[in-house]
Design a protein. Structure first.
Lengths: 119, 169
């Protein structure tokens, strides 16, 4: 009985994960600029991969501890990598989508450029 | 940014605990022989690497309690909301986005707490942490609701900042 319930829970989790992974891919395709795409990519893939791996852990007996460890590592590292990509591309001069308002970061980078030119 | 270090003994003990716990989890079908080997390796490994592993030592165990029983439920709920939000934007044919980069202020002092705050912000609805400068974080927001620093701080960081303040006290 319990095995059947856990099995179905695993199937549901894997399906939800796959659905959100698909939404992440669709978001990367549809959204207008790098930062919006990163948003869709990060959130949807994080939940997608975490939910898929926990679902697999429930389906395959004895793999739950490994799946949970994998999920925790992904939860901690995925946002860091997306933050690194966003920060590096903003500094490298990737322009946000024209409708972006307000752009507090631009003011700051303007002052950084002026200071470096004065030196 | 302050960086208060605990005593060496406490940091060493914390490293041993973490390594032993990881060993138990990763050698899952439990057996007492594996545990003995794991204990020896945990004590040795901790001796070489406790300086790099943690700053505050055994205090982290209390933090993990708060992390699991208070932070994790709030965070899981926020993450599910974030995904429904992304889904509603991506699947809507008109794509209702109104992006902007806002500035928020944080009162958290320790660097680790700020990493946690930035990570939580990235995984909650519609926000992505972009840069950090002194006490300010720059956030890319997919549907801007408040343009000023105070309003944005309340909207974005409010929930997590309280928890993290209790955690990194």
């Amino acid at each position: 009985m319990l095995d059947a319930v856990l099995g179905w829970l695993g199937v549901v989790l894997v399906s939800v994960g796959v659905f959100f992974l698909f939404l992440g891919a669709l978001g990367i395709f549809r959204l207008p600029d790098l930062f919006n795409r990163l948003q869709a990519g990060t959130k949807a893939t994080t939940l997608g991969v975490v939910s898929t791996s926990i679902g697999v852990g429930l389906l395959a007996k004895g793999w739950l501890p490994f799946a949970a460890a994998l999920a925790i590592f992904l939860l901690m590292t995925n946002p860091i990598s997306s933050h690194a990509v966003a920060r590096a591309s903003y500094r490298a001069g990737v322009k946000p989508y024209p409708g972006t308002d307000p752009d507090e970061c631009a003011k700051r980078h303007l002052t950084i450029y002026e200071e470096s030119e004065e030196k | 940014m302050e960086r208060v270090e605990s005593s060496k003994a406490s940091r060493y003990l914390y490293a041993v605990l973490i390594y032993f716990f990881l060993w138990i989890v990763l050698t899952y079908p439990f057996s007492i022989q594996e545990w003995e080997a794991g204990a020896v390796i945990a004590f040795l490994g901790a001796f070489f690497s406790y300086r790099q592993l943690s700053v505050s030592g055994v205090k982290n165990v209390k933090r993990m309690g708060i992390l699991i029983f208070w932070y994790l439920p709030v965070f899981t709920w926020e993450m599910i909301k974030a995904n429904i939000h992304v889904a509603s934007i991506v699947l809507n044919p008109r794509m209702p986005i109104k992006p902007g980069i806002v500035k928020i202020k944080t009162n958290l002092k320790s660097p680790v707490a700020r990493v946690w705050l930035a990570n939580s912000i990235t995984l909650t609805p519609g926000t992505l942490s972009l840069d950090v400068e002194d006490n300010y974080l720059y956030i890319h927001w997919i549907t801007v609701k408040a343009k000023d620093v105070e309003g944005a701080t309340r909207e974005i960081a409010g929930k997590f900042e309280r928890i993290l303040e209790a955690m990194f006290k």
